[in-house]
Design a protein. Structure first.
Length: 498
C-alpha cells in the first residue's frame, strides 16, 4: 500500500501529482489531451465508466430464473424418496456420534501400539470432553432433524404428487364424462330431429297415400253405385216387361180394346217396382238367403214360406231337395214366382195357417214379413206356428234390425207398408211365450267397413297419456259404429216344443 501511495503523491508537498494522473490516463488510452483541471479528469473517467458499463450490459447473457427441482427434471417424488442421497443421509447422519475415544485403534502391535492407542485415547478423551462432545452432539441433533425433515418433505411431496395425480385423473374422468354426455345430447338431438323429419315425411306420404286411396275409393264407390243403378234399372225393366207381358196376355186375341186386369192392380205393380228398386236384385237376394236351407235340412213335411215374393228362397229349397211352398198376398209377386215353376200361392198367411191341420208343417219361415204385421197379427201368427208345425220343427223370422240406426232410417222407413219394427229381444220373448224355444239370434247383412267411422291410429312415439286418450276415443268410435252401423237384419231361429 505504501508503494502505491508513493506513486500518486509528491515527496515534497504530499499532493497528488497531476502529471502522473495525466500520464496514466494517456498510457491507458482513455484521455487523449491533457485536462485543465481535476473536475475534467473525473468527468472523463465517469463517462468512460458509463460507456464500459453499457458495453458490459449489452454483452451479458439474458437472465434465466432458477426453478428449484431437487429431484431433477426427469425425476419424480418416488425417485426422490428412493434416491441414493436420501438413503445415505438416513444411514450416515449419526457418523459424528461414532467418533468417540473408545473407537480409536492402531495398526501397530505390542507395547508400542498399546502406548500409542492409550495416548491417542487420552488426548481424544480430553479433546472430546472439553471441546468436541457438545459440538458433535449438536451436530448429530441437527443432522437428525435435517434428515427427518428431508424424509417428511419427501413424503409430503410424494403424497402431494399422488393427490395431484388422482385429482388430475378425476378431472380427466369428469371432463370425459361431460364430453360423452354432450355427445349423447347431440346424438339425441340429432336422433330426435331425424325422427321428427322422418315422421313429417311419413305423415306427408301417408296423407298423400290416404288422399289417393280416398280418391280410388270414391271412384270405386261411384263405379259400384253406377253398377247398382244399372242393376236397379235392369230389374225395373224386367219387372215392367213382365207386367206388360201379363197385361198383354190378359187381352183376348182379335180385340182392340184391352180388358180390365182384375189380377193386377197399379198398387201391386208399384210394389213390385219398389221391390225391384230398393230390395235388391234377385241374384243378391238369393245370395243372402243361402243360409236358410241348411236350417231345414232333412225335413219330411213341407216348409211354409210366408211372403215368398219373387221366389228366390223357393228356388234354393228346390235345389236342396227340401219340400216347400210359399204364400204371398201380392198377386204380382205370385205371378212372377209361378212363371218360374215354383209352388207359390196367392193367399193370406194367417188364413192359410188356420186352414192347415195341426202338426202338418215341417217348419215356417218368414223373411222381411213380420214388420208388416200388427201386434195382434204377430201374436196370432206365433200361436198358429206353434200349433201347425211338427214338434221339433224350425220356425224362422227375419226382419230389419232396429238396433242399427242406418237400417232403421234407410231400410225400415223406406217401405210405406211397414207397420212396426221388431226388437230381437221382443221377438224372442214373444216366441218363447207362444211355445217356440229360441235357439239363436243371428245378425245378418253387416255394413261394409269402408262405410263405418274410422278409428284413430295410435302412434308408437306418442306419450302414454296421448295413447290412452286415443284408445278412449277409439272405444267411443266402436260404440258409435255398433249403434249407427250395426248389422242391418237379424233372424230369430226357434224350435217348436211339445
Amino acid at each position: 500500500m505504501g508503494r502505491a501511495a508513493g506513486s500518486l503523491r509528491s515527496p515534497v508537498t504530499g499532493q497528488r501529482s497531476k502529471t502522473s494522473e495525466t500520464s496514466q490516463l494517456s498510457t491507458n488510452g482513455s484521455v487523449d489531451a491533457a485536462p485543465h483541471s481535476i473536475q475534467e479528469v473525473m468527468a472523463r473517467i465517469r463517462s468512460r465508466v458509463r460507456e464500459q458499463a453499457s458495453e458490459l450490459r449489452a454483452k451479458e447473457p439474458a437472465f434465466q430464473g432458477y426453478v428449484a427441482s431437487p429431484a431433477g427434471k426427469d425425476r419424480g417424488a418416488e425417485d426422490l424418496i428412493r434416491s441414493e442421497e436420501l438413503r445415505y443421509l438416513n444411514q450416515a447422519y449419526g457418523y459424528a456420534a461414532e467418533s468417540r475415544p473408545e473407537t480409536i485403534q492402531s495398526h501397530r502391535g505390542g507395547l508400542i501400539g498399546r502406548v500409542i492407542v492409550s495416548l491417542k485415547r487420552r488426548m481424544m478423551a480430553l479433546l472430546w470432553n472439553s471441546v468436541l462432545r457438545d459440538y458433535f452432539e449438536r451436530e448429530r441433533d441437527f443432522q437428525a432433524h435435517l434428515v427427518r425433515y428431508l424424509n417428511e418433505t419427501s413424503r409430503h411431496i410424494a403424497e402431494r404428487d399422488a393427490a395431484i395425480f388422482w385429482e388430475l385423473i378425476r378431472k380427466i374422468d369428469v371432463d370425459i364424462t361431460r364430453v360423452f354426455e354432450r355427445l349423447e345430447r347431440i346424438s339425441s338431438d340429432q336422433g330426435a330431429a331425424l325422427h321428427s323429419t322422418r315422421r313429417e315425411i311419413t305423415n306427408e306420404l301417408l296423407g298423400n297415400a290416404r288422399e289417393f286411396q280416398a280418391r280410388l275409393d270414391a271412384l270405386a264407390s261411384n263405379d259400384a253405385q253406377r253398377e247398382q243403378r244399372l242393376g236397379v234399372v235392369e230389374d225395373v225393366v224386367h219387372g215392367l216387361e213382365s207386367l206388360v207381358s201379363r197385361i198383354t196376355r190378359a187381352v183376348p186375341a182379335g180385340t182392340s180394346t184391352p180388358m180390365p186386369a182384375v189380377e193386377v192392380s197399379f198398387p201391386d205393380a208399384s210394389y213390385v217396382l219398389l221391390e225391384n228398386r230398393f230390395r235388391g236384385s234377385e241374384e243378391e237376394i238369393r245370395r243372402r238367403l243361402t243360409i236358410y236351407p241348411d236350417i231345414f235340412k232333412g225335413a219330411a213335411l213341407p216348409i211354409l214360406e210366408i211372403g215368398a215374393g219373387r221366389g228366390e228362397l223357393q228356388q234354393l229349397f228346390r235345389e236342396a231337395a227340401i219340400p216347400a211352398y210359399g204364400v204371398d198376398l201380392d198377386p204380382a209377386m205370385t205371378k212372377i214366382s209361378q212363371e218360374k215353376g215354383l209352388d207359390v200361392r196367392h193367399a193370406d198367411a194367417l188364413q192359410h195357417l188356420r186352414s192347415c191341420a195341426p202338426r202338418s208343417l215341417g217348419g215356417v219361415i218368414a223373411v222381411q214379413v213380420i214388420e208388416h204385421l200388427t201386434r195382434e197379427q204377430l201374436g196370432e201368427l206365433l200361436r198358429l206356428c206353434a200349433d201347425r208345425v211338427v214338434v221339433g220343427g224350425r220356425v224362422v223370422f227375419e226382419t230389419i234390425n232396429p238396433k242399427s240406426v242406418l237400417a232403421l232410417s234407410s231400410n225400415y222407413f223406406r217401405d210405406p207398408t211397414h207397420v212396426f219394427p221388431g226388437h230381437p229381444d221382443t221377438i224372442s220373448f214373444a216366441m218363447e211365450l207362444a211355445g217356440i224355444r229360441v235357439h239363436e239370434v243371428r245378425y245378418l247383412s253387416p255394413v261394409p267397413e269402408c262405410a263405418k267411422l274410422k278409428e284413430v291410429e295410435v302412434d308408437e312415439a306418442a306419450t302414454p297419456r296421448w295413447q290412452l286418450a286415443v284408445e278412449q276415443m277409439n272405444r267411443n268410435i266402436r260404440q258409435l259404429n255398433e249403434l249407427l252401423f250395426g248389422p242391418q237384419d237379424f233372424a230369430v231361429i226357434g224350435e217348436v216344443r211339445a
